[in-house]
Design a protein around this ligand. Sequence first.
Ligand SMILES: Nc1ncnc2c1ncn2[C@@H]1O[C@H](COP(=O)(O)OP(=O)(O)O)[C@@H](O)[C@H]1O
Ligand SMILES: [Mg+2]
Length: 311
Amino acid sequence: MIRGAIRVEDLVKVYKTKDTEVVALRGLSVEIGKGQIVSFMGPSGSGKTTLLNIVGGLDEPTAGRVYVDGVDITRMRGREIERYRLEKVGFIFQLFNLIPTLTAYENVELPLILGGKTSDEREARVGEILEQLGIAERASHFPDELSGGEKQRVAVGCALANDPSMILADEPTGELDTISAEKVMDIFLELTRQYEKTVLVATHDPRVARRTELIYLMEDGRIKSEYTPTEVPPMGRVEGIEVAVSDTEQSYVEWVKQRIQQLGEEARSLQERLKRDEIDADTFTQKYLEIREATNAMRSELVRLGIHVES
Ligand SMILES: Nc1ncnc2c1ncn2[C@@H]1O[C@H](COP(=O)(O)OP(=O)(O)O)[C@@H](O)[C@H]1O
Ligand SMILES: [Mg+2]
């Protein structure tokens, strides 16, 4: 298997307390290729954090397997799993995982110290990372003295420090407003793409998920379906699941309108392919009905939002 590839098989996680059982994952399977940037989007409690923690070797599943580069990490214990976490995984958490008593420089240096790098290697690496993240002049500042966006860049720096093959980001923009969140996502994804990192993002926010290549919609400890970015509305509901608070309904309306237009184009190109004999009648009918159904759903969404629709 290629470096950075992940295969999750029938993952189950049951949290047992004295008199209750919570099933956080119910047989979740997914395969993520090297260098792929995917997100797990779903409401609070759908199992996103549990999944990332197990893939990152921070938690053990009740059942199921996780193969990273062909090796089953759920069988690793002690020093072995510690090494896996340190060498293969970079974490970015919602509550910026920065140590308040260390400067930006020292925060990025810490994983390198843990990784056993020499001081010369550390100096070169930290300098390079802070430079790339555009925060070199903030090197000697403490987290308290940094803006939200700068703090998040330092957190990205910590995750990239040991050059892991995989980055796990749990609600990476959780504390930021929309504009900083999108900026941070752009920087983060540009870097991870440049270094060919495999990236798993957990988020409840479709605006964040839409920045990734593939979106897995999570519900109740399972993957319900998968989407490409343009298929996911920036807010509102996906398959009846509320994915984010709608702060402005306007952009959602715009998205629905765009989606209707896009579906219209898909229908036209389908007709042309039929004419050119590129697809058979059965395929055409099946696809055409799917498009029509999706279009109708989008139209009723507009009606629900009180927008006049021409038929
Ligand atoms: N340590 C724990 N003990 C008991 N229940 C937990 C624990 N961690 C998570 N859960 C439960 O598991 C479910 C999934 O949680 P989580 O993975 O955090 O979801 P998400 O990140 O999507 O919000 C929730 O019902 C949550 O309450
Ligand atoms: Mg979570």
